[in-house]
Design a protein around this ligand. Sequence first.
Ligand code: SF4
Length: 316
Amino acid sequence: MIKKVGIPRALLYYQYYPLWMRFFKELGVEVIISNPTNKEILNEGIRNAVDEACIPVKLFHGHVLSLRNKVDYIFIPRLKSVNNGEFICPKFCGLPEMIKCSLKDLPPIIDIEIDFLKSKRSLNNIILQVGKYFCSDEKQIMKAYHKALTEYKNHKELFKIRENLKDKKKNILILGHPYHLYDTYLNMGIIEKIKDTGIHILTPEMIDEGDINEQANSFEDKLYWTFARKLVGSTLHAINTKGVDGIIYISTFACGIDSVVVEIVEKVIRNGSNIPFMLLTLDEHSGEAGVNTRIEAFVDMIKWRDNYENNLSAHG
Ligand code: SF4
C-alpha cells in the first residue's frame, strides 16, 4: 500500500517544499500538504501550543493537528543549520519535541536532524535515514534526492527578478521570514494589497543569492544567523542598487530573532539611505483595518515624495 507523508504548510515549508515534495514523490510516497492557513488552523495552534511560542510556531501546531488522521507519517525535521557556518532560530531545533509534548495521538514523526555544520557525508546519511522509511535501495534514495535538489534549484531560479527595477514606477522591498511573507492568512495578504496600488514588489527570494551574500559579507559584523544574512544582505543590495523606493519589514510578535535583526536592518537603512522604512509586527489579535491603514499611508507617502522629496522625512 502506498504510504502517505504529511507536510505541515508552515515555517520552512515555504522555502523547501519543492525539495521535500519531489524527494518523497520520487520514492513513491504520497505527499499530503496541510491546507492553507485558516481561522480553525490558527485557533487550534494557539489552543495547543505553549503560550510563549511565536505565532508561526503556534500555527505549525495547528497545521500538524490538521494532518493527524490523514497520513502515516508527519515530516518535522529538526533544523539546526541550513548553511555552512550559520545557525537558524533555536525554535527549529526543538520543534519535534515541542510538537510531541503538546500534541497527542499523532502518527510517527520523521524528525531527523539537518545540520550543515556537520560534514557532507553526514548530510548524505541524513538523506538515507529519511529515505529508508520508504525504500531500502540506497542508490534510489540518493537519485531521488538529486532530482529533488535540481527541482529546488530550478524553483529558486523562477523567483528571480527578470525585469529592470528602474523600469518600474515604484518598488517596495518586503522583508521577513518566508512564512511571514507567503502565508497570506497570517500576513492578511499584504503583498497583494500593495501590488493592487500599482507598486511593484520585491522580496529576498527574488534577489540573486550571490548578490545577497556579497552584500552581507561586506557588512561590518559577521552575521551568524541565516535569516540575518539574508535580510541584511537584501537590504544592503536594495540600498546600493538604488532599486527600491520603500522597505517594509513584516515580523510577528515574540520573534526573538527579529528583535535583533529588525534593529540591524533599520540602522543599515538609516545610515546608508533615505529610503522610507516601516515595521509591521503581526499577532493573532492584529486587526486587518489597522494594517490596511498603515499600508495605505506608507504607499501614499512614497508616491507623494516624488512631488515633495525635500520636505518629507523618510522615517516619520
Ligand atoms: S525566527 Fe522568529 S518567527 Fe521564526 S520560529 Fe524563530 S522566533 Fe518564531
